[in-house]
Design a protein around this ligand. Structure first.
Ligand code: FES
Ligand code: FES
Length: 142
């Protein structure tokens, strides 16, 4: 249907023109995360000042879903607090499990990935950068 087409074009757009690709050299948080089922690996770097994610970038190799998701995710968390970013991560996981979720427009394009929950094998791809965020926060004790 039209919504699926719209969502697919949003995902392709993020894949072809990734936002926030690269590494923040003087970032405050660096996390490496891989998807063991395929071996794809991404690096997430953040610049967190106080509670706020001032900048977020990702780099690495992955499939279209994982890279589009990383692009959307870095866009979505920029300017938000770490607490809000973790809330979004939780909502995103629910979305991927096909449960009720609360993701608002202000959280960006990430809802475009909701259709991925029909393809269980792709859920790990879509959640890769979010898992990196959660790991990074846990490790840094923030
Ligand atoms: Fe930001 Fe729902 S997580 S509005
Ligand atoms: Fe490797 Fe998607 S196939 S992250």
């Amino acid at each position: 249907n039209n919504l699926n087409q719209l969502y697919r074009s949003v995902i392709m757009d993020h894949y072809k023109t990734p936002r926030n690709k690269g590494v923040i050299d003087d970032g405050t948080m660096t996390v490496d995360m891989n998807n063991p089922t395929c071996g794809d690996a991404i690096r997430l770097t953040l610049d967190v000042q106080g509670e706020i994610v001032e900048d977020a970038k990702f780099d690495g190799e992955g499939c279209s879903i994982s890279l589009a998701s990383a692009s959307m995710m870095t866009e979505a968390i920029k300017g938000k607090s770490i607490g809000h970013a973790l809330e979004m991560s939780e909502e995103f996981s629910k979305m991927m499990l096909g449960e009720d979720y609360d993701i608002s427009e202000e959280d960006g394009d990430i809802e475009a990935l909701s259709g991925v929950s029909q393809f269980p094998a792709r859920i790990k791809c879509a959640t890769l950068t979010w898992k990196a965020l959660e790991k990074g926060v846990k490790e840094s004790g923030q």
